[in-house]
Design a protein around this ligand. Structure first.
Ligand code: SAH
Ligand code: SF4
Ligand code: F3S
Length: 465
């Protein structure tokens, strides 16, 4: 796959483009605000948006109301994410009335949805720039055109282009960083919009990933989280190394202390991955393994390509090789036709695995997905009841899993001082749990040993050793 960098792209039409853009924004001391919805991959894209703003000479604004340029990086995976964006965008309309020079932009998955850009354009005439998921690197060019020509800029690429390397990125966390290893998804789970808005799977070159991680370590990062919609299929359809091999390569990097990754699709979780996880000391013994449902009938309708038996076997193998491995999951409640028995199968699987934590979602109909056409959508009162039962069970399992850490010493990468109590700091353990303990801001970015003395649902509480 051809690789290019941002300067090449900006210069496609005009060799002097990037310098022209930079010159235009120079000394303006404009401020920007990036608002992010959705998954970690969107968080990572927002870091690139912020990086591009800063390259253009923009500085961060305190709030979106005060900013000269605001960008909403959107998500459309469920209706709720869309509703929040629409509400927040509506609020800015009044501010723009008082501040007509304010630049309001919308990008990301919602814009990429078929027909959505046109709808957004009509509904929000005060948005000056709209672009999709495949042309993020065009932001400077689109902003420049909107500002210099005074015309709205709408650019949505229908298909994914080449991977654009070397984009600027503003990573705010001191010691941890997200690193994309692949983009897009080929799985077409029947409920999911992601493959339609993120395009086909494409993997970055391993040498680019390794170089980026080395650079991040040089900048002081200790932990990296590798991102992809399905990291287990990294390297497929190309001559790249496999995901387990990539983990082994990254494990060799001096100065790097922790490697995390997400998300893993159970159908592609190989024995080689389990061995790599177990054998690489830097790879955290934690895995996010979305099951979605515990019913074989529903899993089939969801197009997930595994059975509950396959899934439970993976969990068994993970625990055989790594007795302490922490496991979390995603579950959808109320998928079309889900019966009480199907739901009880999900509860039963949940009890068998007894997850450390779970993200639970009520099924949300997405236009254009196969599940949209399925008859028998489940009424809200039933999904509400099922959700309450699932959450009760997940809380019980979470507490039970947390109690296992009582009296044990965990390594915690400190993220900062608690907002609620300045005498406390917080961070994540190797197993992905939030830990708080007495300490000072000077510990931020350090990995320290903490003995767990009590547990709550979402936090482990301890003392530094
Ligand atoms: N690629 C990842 C997750 C992508 S979206 C994976 O395959 O695991 C994150 C989660 O959102 C999914 O795991 C799923 O549980 C949930 N989700 C996706 N589409 C949904 C929909 N239409 N309604 C409800 N939840 C959905
Ligand atoms: Fe969506 Fe399935 Fe792809 Fe995850 S694997 S992004 S749930 S289609
Ligand atoms: Fe949402 Fe797009 Fe991520 S739809 S979950 S932001 S890939």
């Amino acid at each position: 796959m051809k690789q290019a960098n941002i300067s090449d792209f900006c210069a496609l039409e005009d060799k002097e483009y990037l310098s022209k853009v930079k010159e235009f924004f120079k000394d303006k001391k404009h401020t920007y605000f990036v608002e992010t919805y959705g998954c970690q991959m969107n968080v990572r894209i927002s870091q690139t948006l912020a990086g591009m703003f800063q390259e253009m000479g923009y500085v961060p604004a305190e709030s979106k109301e005060e900013a000269d340029a605001v960008i909403f990086n959107t998500c459309c995976v469920r209706e709720g994410a869309e509703d929040r964006l629409l509400g927040n965008l509506g609020k800015l309309k009044q501010i723009k009335k008082k501040k007509p020079e304010m630049l309001i932009m919308v990008c990301g998955c919602m814009v990429q949805e078929q027909g959505s850009a046109e709808k957004l354009k009509k509904r929000f005439p005060f948005c000056s720039v709209l672009f999709g998921t495949h042309n993020v690197h065009e932001m400077p060019k689109l902003m420049f055109s909107a500002l210099t020509k005074g015309e709205r800029q709408v650019s949505v690429w229908e298909k994914e282009g080449d991977i654009v390397e070397n984009m600027p990125a503003l990573r705010e966390k001191e010691a941890s960083a997200f690193v994309n290893i692949m983009y897009g998804c080929n799985n077409f789970c029947s409920y999911c919009i992601v493959p339609y808005v993120r395009g086909r799977e494409r993997s970055r070159r391993s040498e680019d990933i390794i170089a980026e991680v080395r650079q991040l370590v040089k900048e002081g990062k200790k932990e990296i989280t590798l991102l992809g919609q399905n990291v287990n299929s990294y390297g497929k359809n190309s001559d790249e190394i496999s995901f387990p091999e990539l983990l082994r390569e990254l494990n060799k990097i001096d100065g790097l202390e922790r490697i995390r990754f997400m998300t893993s699709h159970p159908k592609d979780l190989s024995d080689q991955l389990i061995s790599a996880m177990a054998e690489c000391e830097k790879v955290c013994k934690y895995i996010h393994l979305p099951v979605q449902s515990g019913s074989n009938r529903i899993l089939k309708l969801m197009n997930r390509h595994y059975t509950r038996e396959d899934y439970l076997l993976i969990v068994k193998k993970l625990r055989e090789k790594m007795p302490d491995v922490a496991i979390s999951t995603d579950i959808i409640v109320g998928f079309p036709t889900e019966s009480e028995q199907d739901f009880e199968d999900t509860l039963d699987l949940y009890k068998q695995v007894c997850y450390n934590s779970a993200f639970t979602f009520v099924y949300s109909k997405r236009i254009g997905t196969p599940a949209e056409k399925m008859e028998e959508q489940i009424p809200a009162e039933i999904t509400k009841d099922r959700m309450a039962r699932l959450i009760a069970l997940s809380e019980e399992c979470c507490l039970r899993a947390n109690e296992k850490y009582l009296g044990r010493t965990l390594e915690v990468l400190v993220e900062g001082v608690s907002k609620k109590d300045e005498s406390l700091v917080f961070g994540r353990s190797d197993c992905g749990r939030m830990v708080t303990f007495s300490g000072c801001a000077c510990l931020t970015g350090k990995i320290v040993k903490v003995k767990i003395t009590s547990v709550k649902l979402n936090t482990l509480i301890g003392e530094m050793e």
